[in-house]
Design a protein around this ligand. Structure first.
Ligand SMILES: [Zn+2]
Length: 333
């Protein structure tokens, strides 16, 4: 049998052979619709009428250097595969940017997580564009004609953060999902009702899934991440895999008062030209607070200014390509 480390190395390459064998033996319908995607579903005859299983899609490695979630899912699935019949959801797992992971780079040509939209003509020749199309297609097929569908897109942040674990949650405010994130040890949730070009926005806005982009700590080398800081997140994912949504939700209700902080996106900063410049230095942490009326960035004549209440900066990055998001400004809800 493979060791957990060997399993993780294969998993990061999109090689799921031992999982396929294990879940097939346990009677599941197992498919690999595209490279780096594994779908494990209960056979239709095994599903009790009226008890639709949660369709759970977990994506990792959309950014190739964000390896902690790859390790976390590899650990969970390695263990689950020892007793495969314990899987209580219909599961889709994808390894996003396999080429970039192999090179320990964020991306090869362009940020994959800005391509989940048909309106991205200027990037159509990139390595990542074809992959975005595949991922959109496989998630569409997985979610089609299902009511209970979740997509968790797991990342790690480039910079330090006042809240080490946080989630961007697209779509309408869903208190039950925020409660689950709280139970999963997520420090802050950022609501973003605006349509965006990220993977989780696509699955929410176009496919009707409950979704989020979860940021778990910081970028690190594959095999060398300290997963002990994500014990609660890992436990919540494990219980989702093994118990599904019903029992997980019941558990959340009995939990103590929530500690998760809730924010909402106030402004999206788009880099309109090469003149775009942030007014603070590169070491500024995520969720750094700025006072009302502070000029956050300039872009030629255009200025990004904090509104009437304090705003907190997220993902500031002036080195993105022109036309892409250079950061978010969020407010407390
Ligand atoms: Zn990322």
């Amino acid at each position: 049998m493979q060791t957990q480390t060997e399993f993780c190395t294969d998993f990061a390459k999109g090689d799921f052979s031992s999982l396929v064998a294990s879940f097939e033996l346990a009677g599941f319908e197992v498919q690999q619709p595209i490279e780096g995607a594994l779908q494990v579903c209960a056979k239709r005859t095994d599903v009790i009428i009226g008890e639709e299983r949660l369709r759970l899609f977990i994506s990792v490695g959309v950014h190739g250097d964000e390896t902690a979630p790859i390790e976390m899912m590899a650990q969970l699935l390695y263990q689950l595969a020892q007793t495969p019949q314990a899987l209580a959801v219909d599961l889709l797992i994808t390894i996003g940017n396999i080429g970039a992971i192999a090179q320990a780079k964020r991306f090869i040509d362009v940020d994959l997580n800005r391509l989940f939209t048909p309106q991205r003509q200027q990037f159509n020749d990139t390595h990542e564009a074809a992959r975005a199309d595949q991922l959109m297609q496989v998630s569409q097929q997985f979610f089609a004609a299902h009511a209970h569908k979740w997509h968790l897109d797991l990342h790690t942040a480039i910079r330090a953060s006042f809240y080490p674990t946080f989630a961007i949650v697209p779509g309408a405010h869903n208190p039950d999902f925020i409660a689950w994130l709280d139970q999963a040890g997520i420090d802050a949730a950022v609501l973003n009702p605006q349509v965006s070009v990220t993977f989780s926005s696509y699955t929410c806005q176009h496919l009707g899934a409950v979704s989020c982009t979860a940021e778990l700590g910081r970028v690190g080398e594959l095999g060398k991440n300290d997963l002990t800081q994500f014990v609660r997140t890992q436990a919540a994912l494990d219980s989702l895999l093994r118990a599904g949504l019903v029992r997980t939700a019941a558990k959340a209700e009995t939990a103590t008062s929530p500690s998760i902080l809730v924010f909402r996106v106030a402004q999206e900063m788009i880099k309109r030209s090469e003149a775009f410049q942030l007014s603070f230095d590169g070491s500024t942490q995520n969720f750094t607070q700025f006072a009302p009326n502070t000029v956050i960035a300039t872009d030629g004549e255009h200025r990004y200014v904090v509104g009437p209440e304090p705003e907190y900066v997220l993902f500031p990055n002036q080195n993105v390509r022109v036309g892409l998001r250079a950061g978010l400004l969020v407010v407390r809800v």
